[in-house]
Design a protein around this ligand. Sequence first.
Ligand SMILES: *Cc1c(COP(=O)(O)O)cnc(C)c1O
Length: 444
Amino acid sequence: MTTVHEPTTPTTAAGLSVWPASTTEPVRGDLAVGGVPLAEIAERFGTPVYVLDESEVRGRCRTYRDAFPDAEVLYAAKAFLCRAMVHWTAEEGLGLDVCSAGELELAVTSGFPPDRIVLHGNAKSPHDLDTALRLGVGRIVIDSPSEIARLAAAVGPDGRQKVMVRVVPGISAGGHKNIRTGTDDQKFGLSIADGYAQHAIARILDQPQLELTGLHCHLGSQITSVKPYLAAVRRMVGLMTRLHEQHGLVLPELDLGGGHGIAYRPGEQALDVMALARKVRTELADACATAGLPVPRLIIEPGRAIVGPAGIALYRVLTVKHTGDHVFVAVDGGMSDNPRPALYGAGYAPRLIGRRSTVDRARVTVVGRHCEAGDVLATDAELPADVRSGDLLAVPVAGAYHLSMASGYNLVGRPPVAAVRDGFARLLVRRESLTDIRNRDVGL
Ligand SMILES: *Cc1c(COP(=O)(O)O)cnc(C)c1O
């Protein structure tokens, strides 16, 4: 075992940099979020459990509204969605970006105004499109040529639907190759380079049922630099200029997608949202002035950056195993509630909570309980060397792409979500039970 000669000292601000702003250490070795001790949440709701700090979510929505006062900010629902989240984003003045009939219908039936919703998807099913038209979704983002005639027919001769076109600007950005979507040769969007985007736009303009409001691009996810967004602005305004020359078209909107990166571990870099806002605004104004085009209304679609840092996953340690040089700390969750390490090699910094340890820290691998060797939650985690079965571990930055990507593997049931605010915890989503699983199992 590698021992890190740093005893567990009182937590510094730097040590809590990736935790919600409300995080405190009321008793040494314990942490409270939203005024509620995490150990208490683990006791009350069981483990594994996701904790969501409502004020942190709302605060992040406000940060975006303040940074982009003239833009439309859409929360990307695929990062995390439940009815409470729908209410919070609506109340904070954000719109919603959805990519399925399920996300769309949950939002609208929870009271979200459909005209503030945008539907995406590289392969929308007939059910997705029918639901979008039935519920009156604000805009549909066209992602392939075949969608144009299909959508126009579904709208019908007397209807009219606002649409955007997803363009591939040919820019490589993002934290891992599986989440880079701004380059050619991946499944999303229509390329400028090969002319597919221009061709699709000409066809949309021929459909009286479709009203093209703007271009859309989404470069990828977990992008921590402003530069790719500025490059995207230039490419998109370049295309808008050509469309203006060819068709006399002036598009009122420009959607730059999401992908804003966050820090998962102390010391990691996050995208500076204020700098992004300032520089994108300037770049867009300059590019439009040069082209002689009016400045379109900007749309952005952050998902991870709204909800990721507001969530924490709590686990209980089941076993600690010493194998050669390695220490494996196995918890009662894993790849079924957080597939990100297995999918992208994502790194996390778990922390012991609920008791104080004064021994040196050791480097360990935190693994899950699932039947895969790749079921790892954190390699190179630093935990007190006396970590043992029954301990509680808290993993910060677990609000995005955890529950929304959770699976039914090994029939352990997906964890509940508890919200904290002003010293109170309440259940938002209950734990998936064997009864839930059995109820779907209808054949013999
Ligand atoms: C996933 C996605 C987003 C949100 O991405 P984040 O990395 O969570 O900000 C926004 N727009 C589109 C089209 C997406 O596919």
